[in-house]
Design a protein around this ligand. Sequence first.
Ligand code: SF4
Length: 505
Amino acid sequence: MLPEFFDSMLELIVKTSTDLPPDVRAAMKVAWDIETPDTRAERALKIISVNIDQAAEDEGAICQDTGMPTFEIHVPRGADEIWMSEQIRLAVAEATRRGKLRPNSVDSITGKNSGNNLGPGTPVIHFHQWQQDAIEVKLLLKGGGCENCNAQYAVPVELPHLGRADRNLEGVRKCILHAVWQAQGKGCSPGAVGVCIGGDRTEGYSHAKAQLFRTLDDVNAEPVLAELEANIMGTVNTLGIGAMGFEGKSTLIGCKIGALNRLPASFFVSVAYDCWAFRRLGVVVDASTGAITQWQYRDPAVPAAPMAPHVDLRRAGRGISLTAPFSEAEIRALRVGDIVLLNGRMFTGRDSVHAYLMKHDPPVDLHGAALYHCGPVAIKEGDQWVMKAAGPTTSIREEPYQADVIRKFGVRAVIGKGGMGAKTLEALKECGAVYLNAIGGAAQFYARCIDRVDGVSLFEFGVPEAMWHLHVTDFPAIVTMDASGNSLHRDVEADSAKALAALKG
Ligand code: SF4
């Protein structure tokens, strides 16, 4: 067998989770450079850049959602794929134990988290045979927030604000624009899209995701697709969605399009949306030892330059300091656009906790509390739980529950990313509560705002879904939905819809 294969796979996983490849860093640098200084979007990009540096320096997960590990492997004839799969699974479990991956594999019937990222369908491992002697392993870590923003269109189709998309490249263009618009900030924009024209439904999505293995700065070998990619990149930022959906100039950092033949009756356009935390690396390993002989997407001899070497967020930080539990008066005084610095107690809660609260009383007193939509990476060091990565998760998933939770239990501040809907906005107004948008994916940055973990409830839901009792200091977030009925998300969606209509062609 290959004595160094396990170590090589572990190194690939850890590096992919903690260090963004140079092409993504370069694209994010451009995104930051073109943004208007001192805007919400620019501040978000600043925090993201600091987070990228912190993750690389401390070898911490860039985002707490380390996604679905997806391995694409090329092997020479005669390679033992069964043994290699087992080694990869062991490496995934070890990376999870070390806190480099979040336990993300949930039994879809029982809801139980396997705790080690292993289970039916997890991780995804695809083998392909090739003529070369070496083994090539590429890895993509794509989180749930952006995965939920994927879209598939069966054209011809009538699209809101864009009209009919026909079975031609103009129709494809409309589908891509619609997918990006629909994602708003929920997939942690600025994002990148992989697109497949054609195929069947399954292969279409698969081929769209495969486009994400291309570097952001490559040029499509197919001239008409290269032209379409350039067209999208040249126009999409006029939508004004911006980083985190905060309204701004950087909405997309890449568009990569492939095509498959289709059945005469079908014409699918599949869009795989990835977030700014675009984690993708690869290695070539020696087929007799398993040792890494070459890295892909990065040159280990050229260390990545820091993204934000001169940024000191503590000094740059202006904001309204609030300490939980919050009073109704101080929350009602907040307005969309205010930056707040949260202190004191904060409870996490996401899908499982919200569903639980529909039928049970909370395990803690939530009156005046801050409820953080967050599924962290947490590991136990001695007797103490430590948060290794703790950024916000997509809030809209809790829309069916949030208004009831606010009304029944007196929550005053809901923290998450991507915003919430009309039902929640109504409850905020009625009860004197607020929605605070933290910066999606900034998991290292926010982990450093957590002084300690005071406890955990509902641990049976697994690490990401448990209710963690955190104590935070100067945890920054932006008011994007206030108790006066204002919603930045509603406004940006409406304004970008007008911009989308202008791209109708
Ligand atoms: S950056 Fe956002 S969308 Fe991407 S994995 Fe993290 S939370 Fe999910």
